[in-house]
Design a protein. Structure first.
Length: 396
């Protein structure tokens, strides 16, 4: 089958398990015990069903995954991928499966998230949010609180709300993934080329680096990433996962155990022999730390590397940045700040936002969201729109 087979036709959504009604349907999802693409049947409950996305994925598909497997490329191309190459679209297809669709497949098939006891249960995953739309109507009018809080609403109306909820999460996430894919690679290539030592990557400004780092030819060398904090008053150091698909595998290098949970003066004291004063914090999980200066952040990374490997030579921090031009200060406090900025040893100076190639501006984001919405409406038109059968009356 293809989308063209129902293009331009009025489509009603019928929620039923009646075999006679199912025979009348062009597409049948999640019922019927049949998976056959050509006849538009997408169920996964039959005993012999063993379909996965491909040979590299082990999670059995639900009806959601089946639809995505056959129509995901078309959906992404129409909504967010107009400017993507075929290779980028393929990457986005698998990325959205891993980050959005696969957990729905696993949840719907009763597949455990792990083979060991979970430390906590992720209760706000998409299937749970959809399920919460059912409210407490199972109590009916017997419970006055539920009667007051949960409006009377039919299953079809809640189904439409669930559809809108899913699309409101899928579209922005796929849009963000596509944007990140096209913008991050060039930025990462530039900063990788400027490394002073292979293990430490320094970003001039923060960008989402982790997924692209794992794909980079030299990404395996990096053990710490340093970038300005969100308020541009200090620098954060982040450890790098051993395996981006398995956080339980641990980090390539962790901060020393003696630093865990310390901040400010206490952390300065713990690092006094190797790191200049100005430490901000070290998370007790030892995966992120901070320092008020770039030189200090580099020194923390160097000491962590020495501590973990049990030896080696601490590298000499060499500042290669151009001195920042600071206007004449009008007070002692400003003089001090200007001196720090000029030497490159103080907090980073916040840069004015400017539009550069490959980096989307807010107006770009706005226009793309509007474009996505228009495309979604257009896509609905291509498959005939949506309708619900309610009280035997079809209504758009």
């Amino acid at each position: 089958m293809s989308a063209a087979s129902i293009a331009g036709k009025y489509v009603a959504i019928v929620r039923t398990r009646d075999p006679a009604e199912l025979k009348k349907c062009v597409i049948v999802l999640d019922v019927g015990h049949v998976y056959d693409f050509d006849s538009g049947r997408f169920d996964h409950h039959q005993p012999d069903f063993e379909e996965t996305l491909d040979e590299d994925h082990r999670t059995p598909l639900s009806s959601c995954g089946l639809v995505y497997k056959h129509f995901g490329h078309e959906l992404l191309r129409v909504t967010v991928g107009a400017k993507l190459t075929d290779e980028q679209l393929e990457t986005l297809f698998f990325k959205m499966y891993r980050q959005f669709i696969e957990h729905i497949d696993g949840n719907d098939n009763g597949l455990l998230m792990a083979s060991v006891r979970l430390n906590y249960s992720p209760s706000t995953m998409l299937p749970g949010r959809v399920g919460s739309l059912n409210g407490c109507d199972w109590l009916g009018t017997k419970d006055s609180m539920c009667a007051a809080e949960c409006p009377t609403e039919g299953q079809n109306a809640r189904f439409i709300r669930a559809m809108m909820l899913c699309m409101s999460e899928f579209l922005p996430k796929s849009f963000y993934a596509a944007r990140k894919m096209t913008a991050v690679q060039g930025q990462l290539d530039a900063v990788m080329a400027k490394r002073e030592r292979p293990e430490v990557l320094v970003l001039d400004d923060y960008f989402p680096w982790s997924s692209e780092l794992f794909k980079h030819a030299q990404g395996g060398e990096v053990q710490f990433v340093i970038h300005p904090s969100t308020d541009h008053k200090s620098f954060n150091l982040r450890t790098v996962d051993k395996d981006i698909t398995n956080r339980m595998a641990g980090k390539r290098c962790e901060f020393p155990e003696a630093w865990a949970g310390l901040n400010d003066a206490a952390l300065d004291e713990a690092t006094a022999d190797a790191v200049p004063a100005g430490c901000v914090f070290c998370h007790r999980g030892r995966f992120i730390a901070g320092h008020r200066t770039l030189a200090g952040a580099k020194a923390m990374a160097a000491e962590a590397l020495v501590s973990q490997t049990g030896g080696g030579t601490k590298y000499q921090v060499v500042e290669t940045f151009e001195p920042k031009q600071v206007p004449p200060p009008a007070s002692a406090a400003l003089k001090s700040a200007a001196k720090q900025a000029a030497t490159g040893d103080g907090p980073p100076v916040r840069k004015k936002t400017k539009c550069v190639a490959g980096k989307p501006t807010f107006s770009d984001v706005q226009s793309d969201i509007l474009r996505m919405t228009a495309n979604l409406v257009q896509l609905s038109g291509k498959i005939g729109g949506l309708a619900v059968l309610h009280d035997n009356t079809a209504s758009r």
